[in-house]
Structures are given as structure tokens and as C-alpha cells.
Design a protein around this ligand. Sequence first.
Ligand SMILES: [Zn+2]
Ligand SMILES: [Zn+2]
Length: 250
Amino acid sequence: MRAAVMQGIRQPLSCTSVPDPKPAEGELVVKVARCGICGSDLHIAEDPAFGKGAGYILGHEFAGEVAAVGRGTQGVAVGDLVSVIPLQSCGHCPACVAGEVAWCGQFGLQGGGYAEYAVTRPNQCIKLPQALSLADGAIIEPLAVALHGIHMSGLKFGEKVLILGAGPIGLAVAFWARRANSWCSLTIPWVAPSGQFPARLTSSTSAWAFLASSSRLSSRCATAARSCCWGCAPGPTHSTVLRCCRRKFA
Ligand SMILES: [Zn+2]
Ligand SMILES: [Zn+2]
């Protein structure tokens, strides 16, 4: 099969041919249809602390069709369309049965999505209903991360919320918060050269957008970013964004 394979830390991935994966007992092989590029993939590719290197295949936000099942694999069949939960777990220890897979002795992060085929386990597969596409299936994981954040925050229907950062997870949090009928504001730590992005962002997420500079920005960008889309000047820190937010929502 073809796969985008890590060549080493901070090296470009290489699209190359690797052996087709074979499902061991209790495993299955998914023909990958769509796979997201997660921020974690970027961190894994640039930081040896994650323990991955040459030969590893990244990609854990994926969906596809079950192409093969190993001996004793139950719950999924060849041809099923599935979204893969990237938290590797055995599926039958007490922690897994309780839904606390982080405490499973076999816990780890699933990879392999940047390839034509990937091995996983049936307890990590959610069958897609007909109404959802494989592209929808690939975005379930980041949407679940954002929804978990909403639950952890204790946000109640109709409350006001400030979301720090408008990366994919921040935008997904805005998606859920708007469904809770919340007033959202997002901070954007960067600026499109056209200056148009905040307007598009606000219309696509129904969230208000602040521009807040971060330490990563160049000073030119930071100067341009010290404003908010309401015409206030919240300045470079989150506390000033909060003050501006309070004024707007008061
Ligand atoms: Zn991820
Ligand atoms: Zn387990």
C-alpha cells in the first residue's frame, strides 16, 4: 500500500510503498477514506519526547471502510463504514468496560491514518449511520474533544463564553457553544493578510471574534492584531480581551 511515512523528527513525510497491514486476532483493517491532520500529529513530528520516529505512520482522525477482520473479531464486518476512536485500548479490562480507557494497560494513541489501510480494534470503531459521510466520520474525534471541553466547563444553555484561540478545536468549541445558544467570542492569535478572516470566521461560526496577539507573533503582526472586530482595542493580553468582552456583554 501507499503511505506517508515519517522519516525522522522535523523531516518531511515521504510517500512510499509499505507492506499491507494484516489484522491479528481481534483486530481489523480499515481502508482509510479521510484522515484529518491533528495538531498532535505536528507535535509528534517535531518532538522526540513522543517516542515516534522514522518508519512511523501518523494520522489518528480517520474514517473508512472495514476491509478485513482478524480471527475472533466481533462487532464489525467487512464493508462497514466506521469512524475510528484513536484511543487504543483492549476493550475488555475493567477500565475499558467502565469507559475509562485512559487507565487500560494497553492504552496508547492510534496512528496509521496517513495510509491506504490502517489496523485498529473493533472497540475503537463507531459504525457510521447512513446520514453521515466518511468525511463527517473523520471529524468526529476533534468534535468530541471540543464537546468534552464544553461538558468540563459546565457551560449552561444561553450562557456567555469566551474561547481562547481559534484553531480547529477552538472553532469546534464555538460550534457546540452556539448549539447551546451561547454567546461566543473567540480570540484569534493571528491575522489574515487580507484582514478579511475575522468577518468570515464570525459568519461561519456565529461567534464574535477578537484579535489578540500572542508571543509567537512577529511585532508587525502583533501591532496589526491589537484590535477587535467591534472596533475596540483589547490589546495584546487575554485579560484585556476579557475586559473588552465584559464591556460588550454587559
Ligand atoms: Zn488529534
Ligand atoms: Zn482495557
